[in-house]
Ligand binder design. Structure first.
Ligand code: SF4
Length: 712
């Protein structure tokens, strides 16, 4: 009878897909999510959701699509068998202790995910550094935002996006580079679309080798050759200088290094850039003039700049345009990286990367290590540099890293050069995979599986692209033996401590996610991101907050309004960077440029979004996009099966004519892997060359050949 039905409960939380961080209202009845709706009170999204967010309820499963129990295999010839959770946690700890005794801390690597909550990151980070004694902790955020981090730190002095979403409403010129925000950040795209509708004089420029849906609102599309962004932006700076559209007073008072860069960009005339980028010189001049004279200029950028072997230089070249024109720290102006993953920002704040410590500290800085060690109550932290994502899997393949603990991510599909990554996973002596979904390729390689809770079974926080910390709240009990990631990490840590350092076991006795957050927030005190006054309780009573957070002070929607930067002398830096070509240039053997991107309705390797039939309607199957001119030259018909080859792998898929591409370029969405198509996905072809500063791999460009398979 209706009176016996469980009550409907509503919990406010945040969407778990992208870095926009939209607020949601999760309605549950018993153990079921019956609806996920936009949260009108959330200051980042005001009730808006995209198709992925609107379909979240269908992703919450308690069936065989979930990892419901721990599993272990005693050797590689055996199938994994379910075991009790406590036995699995002990097995993980025993194996880690044994490896530590035999090979030392550098033989262990942890590989995490931008899907994890800040509290999960905080515990894993403490476990790696304070207990195991290694900096070998990295995350799939390395594939996402590390070039943005590197660009910000080297120019502005801190890993802090200076703008906020409100700036979309105030900008007069919006420069979108390497971002198909119509698909990747749809809620922000709709906001920009509305702003343009209100103010048709707003200029929007999109830089992309494809005419994406984002170009629908663009006044100008600069159809650049993949990977040549630095030359384009240097040419824009060249025009700004030549036409005296730079802010000389701002440069003199607030920056360093302009003269060297000015000499550098002298050679990047619009004509020279036209040769490199394949963009008409007149369009470069027009874009630069709008940037320098049309009112507040806002730059929005993501993977097209970041996933590159020159990702730091690309980020810096874009930030230079803002510093040179003084367009930063003002309403509607500034460089604004749009974060890919929902909590890539929080992971960085907690220091969950090989190159970071909590509170945006540097593991290479002895004083920073001492500060964190003191806060955690340990004598010291390791000073051996940690391995970043690609390096970590290389080290596994070389036999240096023997035990790998992977949490919430699917590197067997998402890292470039999959054949090498999979060989590494086979070579590893022991692979622990902590995972919520039963469909990831990486699970095939797991010796031990730990069942993880997922959204909305977790409690904690995430930080979105505009530095806003929001609460993620538990709406349901996790199914089976699944547990929140921080609880699994703590349980293994306590057991490991019992074996190797009993005095450290209390470091991992947290009663709640709120307690972890409190410890983490204290570590931000005095740092650029200072949110030491934030707590779960305050977020619950006052709602989501941006950092830096001052309890009684004014909100800080945008940074550097006073022209003071968090560098040693308060000045921002111009970086004297040259344009360098992509790591793998097209050749006679591999004449085409392969680039990748997201679809509007899928997420990453589809472990969650692939569960929702409605989301497959937008694009149903993987195909290779080719320009009609290239198809004609290669004698490929529409929908014909083609083989695409790079130096690292090959895949077969139907060809799709796509006049939106720049000729000579090939495009494939990144989502499908071996679970959805014959053979591996597009990252099997992808290049694992990395940016020397950010260590981010060049997922956006590989040289490939394409041949028809059954051409008659
Ligand atoms: Fe979720 Fe991003 Fe869509 Fe917002 S824009 S609903 S955060 S996927």
């Amino acid at each position: 009878s209706p009176s016996l039905a469980p009550p409907v409960r509503t919990v406010a939380s945040v969407c778990c897909y992208c870095g926009t961080g939209c607020g949601v209202q999760v309605r549950t009845q018993g153990e079921r999510v019956i609806e996920v709706a936009g949260d009108e009170s959330h200051p980042s999204s005001h009730g808006r959701l995209c198709t992925k967010g609107m379909n979240l309820a269908a992703t919450v499963r308690r069936d065989a699509s979930r990892v419901l129990t721990a599993q272990l295999r005693r050797n590689r010839e055996e199938e994994r068998r379910p075991i009790a959770l406590h036995s699995a946690l002990s097995a993980a700890a025993r194996r880690l202790a044994q490896t530590l005794r035999q090979h030392g801390p550098q033989a262990i690597g942890l590989y995490l995910s931008g899907q994890l909550l800040t509290e999960d990151y905080a515990v894993f980070n403490k476990l790696a550094r304070a207990l195991i004694g290694t900096n070998n902790i990295d995350t799939n955020s390395r594939l996402c935002m590390s070039s943005a981090v590197s660009g910000y730190v080297r120019t502005l002095g801190a890993d802090a996006p200076p703008a906020c979403y409100e700036d979309l409403d105030h900008a007069k010129m919006v420069f979108i580079a390497g971002s198909n925000m119509a698909y990747a950040h749809p809620v922000l795209f709709r906001r920009l679309e509305a702003a343009k509708a209100r103010d048709p004089s707003m200029k929007i420029v999109v830089v992309d080798p494809r005419r994406t849906d984002t170009c629908e609102i663009a006044d100008l599309h600069l159809q650049i050759s993949a990977g040549t962004d630095v030359a384009l932006m240097h040419a824009m700076l060249n025009v700004l200088i030549w036409e005296d559209l730079v802010d000389r007073d701002y440069i003199a008072r607030h920056t360093e290094g302009f003269e060297a860069l000015k000499r550098r960009v002298h050679e990047y005339t619009p004509r020279a850039a036209q040769e490199i980028c394949g963009v008409p010189a007149e369009d470069i001049v027009r874009c630069a003039r709008w940037f320098g004279s049309h009112g507040p200029a806002l730059s929005l950028y993501t993977m097209g700049l970041n996933q590159s072997s020159s990702g730091t230089a690309k980020n810096a070249a874009l930030i230079h345009l803002h510093l040179a024109t003084g367009q930063i720290g003002k309403p509607g102006a500034g460089p604004f990286s749009l974060t890919g993953q929902p909590n890539a920002m929080g992971g960085r704040e907690a220091g969950g990367m090989a190159t970071l410590l909590p509170g945006h500290r540097d593991p290479g800085d002895a004083a920073h290590r001492a500060q964190v060690a003191a806060a955690w109550g340990v004598d010291s932290l390791p000073d051996t540099p940690g391995l970043t994502a690609v390096e970590m899997f290389d080290a596994v393949l070389e036999g240096k890293v023997k035990v790998l603990w992977i949490a919430g991510t699917n590197p067997a599909q998402s890292l470039p050069n999959q054949a090498k990554v999979r060989a590494a996973l086979r070579r590893a002596e022991f692979v622990i995979v902590q995972e919520a979904y039963a469909n990831t390729e990486t699970l095939e390689y797991a010796d031990l599986v730990l069942p993880a809770a997922t959204w909305p079974e977790k409690d904690g926080t995430m930080t979105n692209s505009e530095r806003r910390v929001s609460r993620v709240r538990t709406a349901l009990r996790p199914p089976g033996d699944a547990r929140p990631d921080w609880q699994l990490a703590c349980a293994v840590a306590r057991r490991l401590a019992a074996e190797i350092a009993p005095a450290k076991a209390p470091l991992f006795r947290y009663r709640s996610a709120a307690e972890i957050f409190a410890e983490h927030a204290r570590l931000t005190a005095g740092r650029d991101l200072d949110y030491s006054a934030l707590s779960h309780a305050l977020l619950d009573s006052e709602g989501p907050q941006q950092w830096p957070f001052a309890p009684q002070g004014a909100a800080c929607p945008r940074l550097y309004a006073d022209g003071v930067f968090p560098t040693s002398d308060g000045r921002a830096r111009f970086m004297d960077v040259a344009y360098t070509p992509v790591a793998e240039r097209p050749t006679a053997r591999r004449p085409l440029r392969l680039t990748t991107g997201r679809l509007r309705d899928q997420w990453h390797t589809m472990s969650r979004s692939g569960l929702v039939p409605q989301l497959a309607r937008h694009v149903e199957e993987p195909c290779i996009h080719l320009h009609p001119q290239d198809m004609e030259r290669l004698k490929i018909a529409g929908e014909q099966l083609v083989e695409v080859q790079s130096e690292r792998g090959a895949l077969v898929a139907p060809a799709q004519p796509d006049p939106a591409l720049k000729p000579g370029h090939v495009y494939m969405p990144m989502h499908w892997g071996s679970g959805y198509m014959a053979g591996d996905g597009v990252n099997a072809l992808g290049n694992d060359a990395v940016d020397p500063l950010s260590h981010q791999p060049e997922l956006k460009h590989s040289a490939v050949s394409v041949r028809p398979l059954d051409y008659a």
